[in-house]
Design a protein around this ligand. Structure first.
Ligand code: HEM
Length: 384
């Protein structure tokens, strides 16, 4: 069986991917001119992520350089210190396992019934397209745009994808034309979010943000951040999970034993790492392993290398994997705030697909020109 994960990465990043994987063989921490200090090992990655004083998400070479011009200065993913802690504290209860499971059950009820019906009838279903619609529906509900039709969900997904695709692995800042294009998409999202915030309905995510004490501006910024970080990551993971289970011959085992689904999702996240790198800007002279870093240096944590060091997808064995402690969602103060929502969404769709096992992959294609490696198409069908 062809290594489709490698193929997805190579199709998305034909030059950067071989370079990134090659760096993992050079050492745990490597300075690469023009790129920054690359961290390839989980222990060093964690030490960087936990040290919010020396390694920050604002300053030169940080994610702030990329996102602040389009999202504003205070949207979690470009904040640090007390202001960041205060906003995270307010948002602790925003996405809980219970609230996100309920949200997905509600929003995905109709699309999942549709997916189940099509699989049941033996139709060939493009899981990539189905997932784009569903991830679009969930994120629209989150930002305050409920009950929109399939075409509008797909359109919202594509708008987000176009912004994310502006970023290449070496991109440090977006140019003015890119910023203008991104703002054309994000400004209306801010307006939608603001209206939902003002309505204050506490059964909605935006309404809850108001109840949790966020200002309208903070809530609008958070909505933009959720839209950019919480759509493609989830949508791309599900087809990759199903393909990995299929290709490793594990699909029917997981379908027969629901207790294996969460470990399978974790393992698929480890192998795929939907966020393959994390960036930090150095604010104080210090060391990462044997490498000295100075203010102004850029640190690129190669999450993908850290996670792939433990080998290819395998449901059993490798107790060391637990030590990664879900590094694919980050670590420390910036640990992914949306992870309960991501898991609820992934579980809901995966359970529906697995209920129709055995499922076979009819055809598939790797996507070009994307930041997050993914399938452009993954068509599945209930095996006769
Ligand atoms: C498979 C799905 C997802 C993956 C793999 C993922 C991964 C990550 C990672 C690695 C980080 C930390 C980045 C860093 O420290 O530099 C992060 C942060 C974040 N994620 Fe996710 N994410 C996912 C889904 C979501 C969803 C569904 C949402 C929200 C709706 C979301 C919202 C955020 C936000 C707002 C942050 C910034 C948090 C902060 O800086 O305090 N993510 N995510």
């Amino acid at each position: 069986m062809r290594d489709w994960e490698r193929r997805l990465y190579l199709t998305a990043h034909p030059f950067a991917y071989p370079l990134l994987r090659g760096l993992a063989r050079i050492g745990p921490v490597v300075r690469v001119p023009g790129v920054g200090v690359v961290v390839n090992d989980a222990a060093h990655a964690r030490s960087v992520l936990l040290d919010g004083e020396a390694f920050r998400k604002d300053g030169p070479g940080s994610p702030g350089d990329l996102w602040t011009p389009i999202l504003g200065p205070s949207v979690l993913l470009n904040m640090e210190g007390e202001a960041h802690r205060a906003l995270r504290r307010k948002l602790t209860e925003l996405f809980t396992p219970a609230s996100t499971t309920a949200l997905c059950a509600r929003v995905l009820d109709a699309p999942l019934k549709d997916l189940a019906g099509r699989l049941e009838r033996g139709e060939a279903v493009d899981l990539v397209d189905a997932m784009r619609v569903m991830a679009g529906a969930v994120i629209c509900e989150v930002i305050g745009l409920p009950d929109i039709d399939e075409a509008a969900c797909r359109e919202m997904f594509e708008r987000g994808e176009r912004i994310v695709a502006m970023v290449k692995l070496r991109t440090r800042t977006l140019n003015p034309a890119q910023v203008a294009r991104a703002r054309e998409v994000l400004d209306p999202i801010g307006d939608i979010a603001a209206r939902a915030f003002r309505r204050g309905d506490e059964t909605t995510v935006m309404g809850r943000m108001r109840a949790l004490g966020l200002s309208e501006e903070e809530a609008g910024g958070a909505a933009g951040a959720f839209f950019l970080t919480g759509t493609e990551t989830v949508a791309t993971l599900v087809p990759r999970l199903v393909a990995l289970l299929h290709d490793t011959g594990e699909l029917e085992r997981v379908a027969a034993d629901p207790s294996l689904l969460d470990p399978a999702i974790d393992e698929a996240m480890r192998v795929t790492t939907p966020t393959p790198v994390m960036l930090r800007s150095v604010h104080a002279e210090t060391r990462i392993g044997a490498v000295t870093v100075r203010p102004g240096d850029r640190v690129l944590i190669a999450t993908h290398n850290c996670c792939r060091a433990l080998g290819p997808f395998a449901l059993d064995g490798a107790p060391g994997k637990a030590e990664l402690r879900r590094l694919w969602f980050g670590a420390g103060p910036h640990f992914c705030i949306g992870y309960p929502l991501a898991l609820a969404e992934i579980r809901a769709v995966a359970e529906t697909v697995l209920r129709h096992a055995p499922v076979r992959v009819v055809s598939r294609r790797a996507a070009r020109g994307v930041l997050i490696p993914t399938y452009a198409e993954l068509t599945i069908q209930k095996a006769a």
